[in-house]
Design a protein around this ligand. Structure first.
Ligand code: NA7
Length: 484
């Protein structure tokens, strides 16, 4: 008995768009995407802070199925990427499957009916045979608990929820945090600020790259006219990016070379030994998600900029006081303090087989089989779930491989081979044990505190290369699943 499975994808960011395209390309018709925001794009919809730029070259940061030859820059800015997402959705006819402004707050599995019921924030109930969580990683802003922050009289804004009404020109700006975001926003706001103070708890290694370089019209025209050449360029970049997986996952001369380059970037760009020592991290380059910038070191050495590494004691109504007793005035506090990256689909309440909740299943940290299946949760899959290669392999590539993998399960449901599919506990344990055993030689394990670490200090990343990812997601292994 064949039947058309009702598939609901939660989230219309890059991973959700990928899943939607792959499933519809494979002929699945009853696919709906529910997106809580008013637009597609995920992180590129939510993040709009000044200076927002992707640190992956734009010719690589694209869907394999929707090549874009004419990026304006070597590294695209946020609005350009967001436009691209909209264009892909329109040009591939995906918009009709996407329901915006629809937040899913709960998902409940019914074992007898072998299906899910989703509840939205407005109380609607939606049935689904399969749920695919494409809810993103860097989504929930982390707001620091700083004494006095609520009493600050000026404007406070988190970079992930930028407010265009907050004026920054000619203001005294305090930026807290020095991940990719903090570094980008300091560089962007410094030129027009009255003063900018960068509060840095742990300095980062910052690789120099020509991020402002424009892609010439000649190159765009050539890539448009010769799609085969463009495809070759994309594949070459994909292949070259494999070097990053190699560099991060095992010690080698290549890792040492990149680390040497990071140290050189600091030495060449910051001549003042006092400032340089304040900017020097106490851990190896590449241990945290690598920050890339063309302009940060120049910005922080400007006359109106100051780097503060003393601990923040309190926020006062008119500024910030540090542990050394100094008070620096501020009109605006910018929180570049990152995200809660291990939430995945939470706070959505997901209840699987036998009343098992995702909170209980993940009491010791998020855990999945090959990034996508969770024991106790039949017919539910994650896109870019736990252990995804957020620091080493193209996420678009990973998302497409995962979607193709999930499509094979959808085919089993459509062809009447199965009504419910659930990964086994044993296969999940085996996968996670192997991942844990592969982590020690990775650079992420060399002694730094980063958003890659879960609360219990396991590394939530992919410790293998792209070929392993490709082969693990090529064909489902029936023995690893309870197929009913
Ligand atoms: P990150 O990389 O998580 O950076 C957050 C920064 O905020 C980091 O420097 C933190 O210092 C700092 N932070 C967080 N809480 C505090 C408090 N309470 N006091 C002082 N400083 C604090 O987030 P981003 O948004 O920059 O980047 C996220 C990813 O987006 C990035 O890796 C790219 O993949 C794109 P810490 O290091 O914890 O001492």
């Amino acid at each position: 008995m064949s039947r058309e499975p009702r598939v609901v994808i939660i989230g219309a960011g890059m991973a959700g768009i990928t899943a939607l395209h792959v499933f519809t390309r494979r002929g699945f018709a009853a696919v709906t995407v529910l997106e809580k925001a008013s637009d597609v794009g995920g992180v590129w919809h939510w993040n709009r802070y000044p200076g927002l730029t992707c640190d992956v070259p734009s010719q690589l940061y694209q869907f394999g199925f929707a090549p874009k030859p004419d990026w304006s820059h070597l590294f695209a800015d946020g609005p350009d990427i967001q436009r691209y997402h909209r264009e892909v959705v329109e040009s591939l006819g995906l918009a009709e499957h996407i329901q915006l402004n629809t937040e899913v707050v709960a998902a409940q599995w019914d074992d007898d009916a072998a299906n899910w019921t989703l509840t939205t924030a407005s109380g609607d109930r939606i049935g689904a045979d399969v749920v695919v969580c494409a809810t993103g990683v860097l989504h929930h802003p982390a707001v620091p608990e700083l004494p006095g922050l609520d009493e600050f009289a000026g404007a406070t804004v988190h970079t992930a929820r930028w407010d265009d009404s907050v004026a920054t020109d000619h203001k005294h700006i305090a930026v807290i945090g020095t991940g990719s975001t903090g570094v980008q926003i300091v560089s962007a706001l410094q030129p027009a600020a009255a003063s900018i103070t960068h509060y840095v708890r742990s300095p980062q290694w910052i690789l120099w790259a020509p991020m402002s370089l424009r892609q010439s019209e000649l190159v765009s025209t050539a890539l448009r006219r010769f799609p085969a050449a463009h495809d070759r360029l994309y594949r070459t970049l994909l292949w070259a990016s494999g070097i990053l997986a190699d560099v991060t996952t095992r010690p080698s001369w290549r890792r040492r070379a990149v680390q040497g380059y990071a140290r050189l970037c600091l030495r060449l760009q910051v001549r003042d030994p006092v400032l340089r020592s304040k900017l020097t991290p106490d851990y190896q380059p590449l241990c945290k998600r690598q920050v890339v910038s063309e302009t940060y070191y120049r910005a922080i050495q400007s006359a109106n900029a100051e780097l503060v590494t003393e601990r923040i004691d309190e926020v006062t109504p008119h500024g910030i006081r540090t542990a050394d007793g100094r008070h620096r005035p501020a009109d605006v506090i910018v929180l570049a303090t990152g995200f809660a990256p291990h939430n995945y689909m939470r706070p959505m309440q997901v209840t699987g087989r036998d009343g098992l909740t995702i909170e209980k299943a993940w009491a010791n940290g998020p855990r999945a089989y090959r990034m996508t299946a969770i024991p106790g949760f039949p017919n539910l899959f994650t896109m870019l779930g736990p252990n995804s290669p957020t620091g080493s392999i193209s996420l678009q590539y990973s998302a497409e491989r995962t979607a193709e993998y999930i499509a094979r399960f959808l085919a089993m449901l459509r062809d009447g081979i199965a009504t419910s599919i659930e990964v086994t506990e044993e296969a999940t344990d085996e996968f996670n044990d192997a991942v844990a055993a592969a982590m020690p030689p990775t650079v992420w394990n060399t002694g730094c505190n980063s958003w890659y670490l879960t609360d219990n200090k396991t590394i939530d990343l992919w410790p293998y290369n792209r070929a392993t990812l490709t082969s693990m997601l090529a064909v489902p292994e029936p023995a690893h699943f309870d197929i009913r």
